[in-house]
Design a protein around this ligand. Structure first.
Ligand code: FES
Length: 153
């Protein structure tokens, strides 16, 4: 069975209303595969009757969707204005150097994916990182190395 057919089968139990919502379908695929494969975007466009570009737009807008396979752990660094003012750029550069990878990529060992996100609504705790879905506020540059070490343990 090809991946498109497999994905179509996963949507079979959904109501027709659920099937018309791209975000609901994308959420399903993300939960199942850990990312949204290109084929899934096409299947969703076909099911919803919306243009592929619009489905891609939804998938790239929300930080919870990834168009590439992710590592076992995901570190997201907020680059919104409040976090930027509090040194988020330096934190991002430090993470890239510690992980030896660029933002948007996964480490060579496949363990950690580093991503950049826009404001996640915790500006009063800037600068903010999200590690495997858990938000850590007022993150200090010195905390990054132990944080990565913990994820690799
Ligand atoms: S700018 Fe980072 S949480 Fe708002």
């Amino acid at each position: 069975m090809g991946i498109s057919e497999e994905i179509r089968n996963k949507f079979k139990g959904l109501t027709s209303e659920e099937r018309s919502r791209p975000a609901t379908l994308l959420k399903r695929v993300q939960a199942e595969y850990g990312y949204v494969p290109e084929d899934a975007l096409e299947v969703i466009a076909g099911l919803t009757g919306l243009p592929l570009s619009q489905i891609k737009g939804v998938a790239t807008f929300y930080a919870s969707f990834s168009l590439r396979p992710r590592g076992t752990h995901v570190i997201q660094i907020c680059q919104g204005t409040a976090c930027h003012v509090k040194g988020a750029k330096r934190l991002k550069e430090r993470l890239e150097s510690l992980l030896n990878t660029e933002t948007g990529q996964t480490t060579e060992d496949g363990i950690i994916t580093l991503e950049e996100v826009r404001c996640i609504g915790c500006c009063n705790r800037a600068p903010v990182v999200v590690v495997d879905g858990r938000t850590k506020g007022r993150i200090n540059i010195r905390e990054l190395e132990p944080l990565i070490r913990d994820l690799r343990d």
